[in-house]
Structures are given as structure tokens and as C-alpha cells.
Design a protein. Structure first.
Length: 122
């Protein structure tokens, strides 16, 4: 769930790309979105997926945002939105990687047992 090395770096790049897609969608849609709360929510989702905070949820919201951007955008570029949706869905399935806040909060734990507990069992 939290791979390191090249796979972890690849997941970091996917997360950053997904967040950038949402930000560019915001720039494109800012004249059409009149509710300030929607802009704030989309910005929080973009930052969350970029830094790897609750990545599966943030990536699913990113995919939903991109679907809505695609539908409501006046100068919609289908390939741009399709790629953003695919990247977000890949993140939902793959998880955040080791270089994320999720890994810091929910990452691998090493359990160590006191020596006396092991001696009692033998």
C-alpha cells in the first residue's frame, strides 16, 4: 500500500499530476463557478490529493470534479479531462505511496515485543 523507491516516486508524480489537473480545471472554470465554497472545496481536494492526504477519497473526488469540469466547461478538451479522470482512478486503486501524508499517518508499523514475553512462550 505504501511502496517506496521508484514505485513510490511514480505514485507521487501521479498525485501531483492529478492535483495540477484540478487546479488547471479551476483556472478554466473560475468564471463559470459562482459559489466561493465550490472553489475552496476544489482547491482543498487538489491540495489533498497532491500531498497524499486521504488519497483514495481525494482521488475519487478529483475524478468527480474532472467529470463535472468536462461537462460544464465551455472550451472542453476531451483528452485533458479523460486523462485526469484516468489518473485519479488509478490513484483510487493504487493508493498514495510512501511519500505521502497517508503513509506518515497510517503507514507500516513495526511491532516489537519485550524479550520477557518471548521467553514466557518458549
Amino acid at each position: 500500500m505504501f511502496p517506496t523507491g521508484w514505485p513510490g516516486i511514480a505514485l507521487l508524480l501521479l498525485r501531483v499530476a492529478s492535483g495540477v489537473h484540478v487546479i488547471f480545471g479551476l483556472i478554466d472554470m473560475r468564471a463559470e463557478i459562482r459559489a466561493a465554497w465550490a472553489l475552496v472545496l476544489m482547491t482543498i481536494v487538489a491540495i489533498g490529493v497532491g500531498i497524499g492526504l486521504f488519497t483514495p477519497i481525494a482521488a475519487a473526488l478529483t475524478a468527480l470534479i474532472e467529470i463535472l469540469n468536462w461537462h460544464f466547461s465551455s472550451n472542453s478538451i476531451a483528452a485533458f479531462h479523460a486523462c485526469a479522470i484516468l489518473v485519479a482512478l488509478a490513484l483510487v486503486m493504487l493508493g498514495p505511496g510512501a511519500y505521502s501524508l497517508d503513509a506518515k499517518m497510517f503507514g507500516r508499523r513495526q511491532l516489537t515485543f519485550p524479550a520477557s514475553d518471548r521467553a514466557d512462550r518458549d
